[in-house]
Design a protein around this ligand. Structure first.
Ligand SMILES: Nc1nc2c(ncn2[C@@H]2O[C@H](COP(=O)(O)OP(=O)(O)OP(=O)(O)O)[C@@H](O)[C@H]2O)c(=O)[nH]1
Ligand SMILES: [Mg+2]
Length: 200
């Protein structure tokens, strides 16, 4: 006889309709986090105000292979005074979406610092990160290569899987593609963790 509970859990997690992924959306204030959230929820542009606390929504997203996945998003305000709260939202998270404003050259260094800080927390070791290079519709937006360099993506821990996705959250361009990549990374990590458990 195997371990009944873990058998059950693995059966449940193999059924797509039961799967819900806990995703935290972080990034500096004005990066476009809430715009991303409501774009995904309503499939249209919603005018936002700066987030003072957080927004949370469970959203069903149809990915490329027409598989529907439920994401439970936590969109946390990015103002400096709110950033100490980020840590508590990433506890037990399946993935992190880190949104950057691709025209905010002056604060790219600050974004880099926050990104590296949040991924270095021990509980976030190995948690997949989708870096969203948002506002690509704007004329002065930095290229992916430039953003990758400025955020020092190469210096992220080798245990942190990441993907850099260009987006325009007001139109919705790139969001599904990004979530698809994040979903792939989460599934891959779960498989790996399951195999590691078996070996023990
Ligand atoms: N041009 C352009 N503007 C965008 C895009 N995404 C968001 N914005 C605008 O950027 C501003 C800030 O967006 P929010 O979604 O409120 O930013 P936030 O990251 O949630 O900010 P905080 O809640 O303060 O942390 C709003 O005026 C949005 O309309 C985009 O892709 N392109
Ligand atoms: Mg917001």
């Amino acid at each position: 006889m195997g371990n009944g509970l873990s058998d059950q859990t693995s059966i449940l997690s193999s059924l797509p309709s039961f799967q819900s992924f806990h995703i935290v959306i972080l990034g500096l204030d004005c990066a476009g986090k809430t715009t991303v959230l409501y774009r995904l929820q309503f499939n249209e542009f919603v005018n936002t105000v700066p987030t003072k606390g957080f927004n949370t929504e469970k959203i069903k997203v149809t990915l490329g292979n027409s598989k529907t996945v439920t994401f439970h998003f936590w969109d946390v305000g990015g103002q400096e005074k709110l950033r100490p709260l980020w840590k508590s939202y990433t506890r037990c998270t399946d993935g992190i979406v880190f949104v950057v404003d691709s025209v905010d050259v002056e604060r790219m260094e600050e974004a880099k610092t926050e990104l590296h800080k949040i991924t270095r927390i021990s509980e976030n070791q190995g948690v997949p990160v989708l870096i969203v290079a948002n506002k690509q519709d704007l004329r002065n937006s930095l290229s992916l290569t430039e953003i990758e360099k400025l955020l020092a993506m190469g210096e992220l821990s080798s245990s942190t899987p990441w993907h850099l996705q260009p987006t325009c959250a007001i139109i919705g361009d790139g969001l599904k593609e990004g979530l698809e990549k994040l979903h792939d990374m989460i599934i891959k990590r779960r498989k790996m963790l399951r195999q590691q458990k078996k070996k023990r």
